[in-house]
Design a protein around this ligand. Structure first.
Ligand SMILES: C[S@@+](CC[C@H](N)C(=O)[O-])C[C@H]1O[C@@H](n2cnc3c(N)ncnc32)[C@H](O)[C@@H]1O
Length: 203
């Protein structure tokens, strides 16, 4: 299929997508917000006053949602990309996998945090197996970071792709956390391998 035909199909799909339309009406920067909202409603993630790290935050809908739901809390968000300023959020541009940036996040809080979110994903290569491996590596790195930065009763929520890295991620999560659930929200497209892992309470 020609490139302009692919992008026309993409635009048409976006127009029909109920979550895209809702995000525009409700002032969110991405339809991804409804994945986090459903996770929050089902697993009771956020409370006022919490401290939250948002990894892979651009364009910012998860940070927008978090900010609304923790009121007087503290949020640090990082992405490789620049993203428009969100009030009351400490935004960092950089590669989370680089220790310099991990330390910047840790220094910002100066204490353990309540929640680590990761919606990080690499740019898709077109090869679903490779995409799932690369995104799985980001999830593992985020999980190890959460082990260092979370309070004992903290929560870790991360995007995962069903694929060759799935079992390894689940078995690592079981070593680190007491409670682990895998959940695919309605806003996560049916045909995609995307799902989310929700982990609570450090061992
Ligand atoms: C699906 S988007 C996140 C959407 C976001 N949760 C929202 O609600 O707007 C995935 C993001 O992960 C970021 N990302 C991928 N690898 C990263 C890394 N090593 N460090 C920081 N961000 C990364 C990408 O730049 C991309 O913006």
């Amino acid at each position: 299929m020609k490139k302009n035909k692919i992008s026309k199909n993409w635009i048409n799909k976006q127009r029909r997508d109920i979550f895209v339309r809702r995000s525009k009406v409700e002032g969110y920067r991405s339809r991804a917000v409804y994945k986090l909202q459903e996770i929050d409603q089902k697993f009771k993630i956020f409370k006022n006053g919490m401290s939250v790290i948002d990894l892979g935050a651009a364009p910012g809908s998860w940070s927008q949602y978090t900010s609304k739901n923790i009121k007087s809390g503290k949020i640090a968000s990082i992405d490789l990309l620049d993203f428009e300023k969100i009030e009351n959020i400490h935004q960092i541009k950089g590669d989370f996998t680089n220790d310099i940036y991990k330390n910047k996040i840790i220094d910002y809080f100066g204490a353990k945090v309540d929640v680590v979110l990761s919606d990080m994903a690499v740019n898709t290569t077109g090869n679903k197996n490779l995409d799932s491996i690369y995104t799985g590596e980001l999830c593992m790195e985020a999980m190890n970071f959460s082990k260092e930065t979370l309070k004992n009763d903290g929560k870790f929520i991360s995007k995962i792709f069903m694929g060759s890295t799935f079992n390894e991620i689940i078995s690592e999560a079981k070593k680190i956390f007491k409670e682990n659930k895998v959940f695919k929200p309605l806003a996560s497209k049916k045909g995609s391998k995307e799902s989310f892992i929700i982990c609570k309470f450090l061992r």
